[in-house]
Design a protein around this ligand. Structure first.
Ligand code: DAH
Length: 339
C-alpha cells in the first residue's frame, strides 16, 4: 500500500483549506479530503488486503492523517462560521439613534374638545360630569320638565319620535323620541339622587331642523344643574360669568336677558359680546318648583339653577367659524386647524 499519495494530500491541505472562501466551499473540500469516496477512505477499505504485519502501522498512519485533516477543517469551519455570523449582524444592524417613522396621529374633534374644555371648567368648580340616553321617553324630555302636551316643542314638526320595535310594550305606553335637549337629565338625576346636586351633562340632541349655516338636525348641548339649600339667581349669574371668562378669556363681556323656559322661573338667556354684537349663548334660570315636585324634591327645602348651552355655538364663537356645517362635514383641512 502506497501512502505517498496521502502525504501529498496532507501537505497540500492547509493551502486548500485556507482558500475555501465560505462554508459551502469548505464542506465540499471536506467531502473530497475525508469523505466516503476520499483517497483515505479508499485506502482504509483496502487495509484488509495489506500484509497483516503492516496493518497496524498503516492503520495508524491513516488515522493520523485523517485526524490532522479533520482538525484543520474544524478550525477553518469555526473561523468561517464566526465570519458568517458577523456579516449577518452587520447586515441586520439597526441604528437606534435614527428618528423613528412617525405614525399618523389622530385628534379629538373640535366638538369633543369643546365639551371637554367646558366640563373641565365646571369640574374645577366641584361639578360632576354625567351623561344620559339619546333615546328618551316623553316623560323626561317634557312632562317632568313642566312642559305640557300643548307646548309647541312637543309637535311632530319639532321632535323626532321613534316607533319602538314591539309597539309600546317596552315603554309602558310612553312615547319614545330622540331627546331634543339635555335637560331630561335634570329630572333623571334628581329622581335617583338626593340634593345637593352639582352636575354638568354634555351630550347629543336632535331636532327636525333643516341643515343651514346655523342649524343642524343633530347638535350638542351641555346641561348644568345646581341644587342646594340656598342657591340664588346671583349664584347663577356669578357661575356663568365665571365660565365665560374661563372659556373665552378675561376680556369676555356677558349680559343676561329675560326669556321663558317651561322648567325654570325666572328664566334668562346669557349673551356674549362677539364680533361687535351680542350673541345668545345659553338658556338658564331658577329651577321651577313644579320640576322639584315632579322628581320628589321638596320645593320648600331646596332651590337651584339650571342652564343649557349649545356646544357648536360655543366653538363657532370662540374660533370664528361662520358655518355650523364645517363641524359636520369632516373636511380634514378644517379639522386639522384644531388639533
Ligand atoms: N333646554 C333648553 C333648550 O334646549 C336650554 C335650557 C334653557 C336649558 C334653560 C336649561 C335652562 O337648563 O334652565 O333650548
Amino acid at each position: 500500500m502506497d501512502l505517498s499519495k496521502i502525504d501529498a494530500l496532507v501537505a497540500a491541505a492547509p493551502g486548500r483549506i485556507a482558500a475555501a472562501v465560505d462554508l459551502a466551499a469548505l464542506e465540499q473540500l471536506e467531502t473530497e479530503l475525508v469523505g466516503r469516496r476520499s483517497p483515505i477512505a479508499e485506502l482504509r477499505r483496502g487495509l484488509g488486503q495489506a500484509d497483516p504485519q503492516d496493518r497496524p502501522r498503516l492503520g495508524q498512519a491513516l488515522k493520523t492523517a485523517t485526524d490532522a485533516l479533520k482538525g484543520e477543517l474544524d478550525t477553518a469551519r469555526a473561523v468561517l462560521e464566526a465570519a458568517a455570523e458577523d456579516a449577518l449582524l452587520e447586515g441586520d444592524r439597526v441604528d437606534v439613534t435614527l428618528p423613528a417613522a412617525t405614525p399618523a396621529r389622530g385628534t379629538h374633534h373640535l366638538i369633543t374638545q369643546t365639551m371637554e374644555e367646558v366640563a373641565d371648567i365646571f369640574r374645577s368648580l366641584g361639578y360632576q360630569i354625567e351623561s344620559g340616553p339619546e333615546i328618551e321617553i316623553a316623560h323626561y324630555n317634557f312632562d317632568a320638565l313642566n312642559t305640557p302636551l300643548s307646548h309647541p316643542s312637543r309637535f311632530e314638526s319639532d321632535t323626532m319620535y321613534i316607533e319602538p320595535f314591539d309597539g309600546k310594550a317596552k315603554t309602558g305606553g310612553e312615547e319614545l323620541l330622540l331627546r331634543t335637549q339635555t335637560s331630561p337629565m335634570q329630572a333623571r338625576y334628581m329622581e335617583s339622587n338626593p340634593p345637593p346636586v352639582y352636575i354638568v351633562v354634555p351630550g347629543r340632541v336632535f331636532r327636525t331642523d333643516t341643515w343651514d349655516a346655523t342649524h343642524s338636525p343633530v347638535f350638542h348641548q351641555i346641561e348644568g344643574l345646581a341644587v342646594d339649600t340656598d342657591i340664588t339667581f346671583g349664584d347663577l349669574k356669578g357661575t356663568l360669568a365665571h365660565f365665560a371668562l374661563e372659556f373665552f378669556g378675561s376680556s369676555a363681556k356677558t349680559r343676561f336677558m329675560p326669556n321663558f323656559f317651561p322648567f325654570t322661573e325666572p328664566s334668562a338667556e346669557m349673551h356674549v359680546w362677539f364680533n361687535g354684537g351680542w350673541l345668545e349663548l345659553l338658556g338658564c334660570g331658577m329651577v321651577d318648583p313644579n320640576v322639584f315636585e315632579a322628581v320628589g324634591y321638596d320645593p320648600q327645602e331646596v332651590t337651584g339653577f339650571a342652564f343649557g348651552m349649545g356646544v357648536e355655538r360655543l366653538a363657532m364663537v370662540k374660533h370664528g367659524i361662520k358655518d355650523i356645517r364645517h363641524l359636520f362635514e369632516n373636511d380634514l383641512r378644517i379639522l386639522r386647524q384644531f388639533r
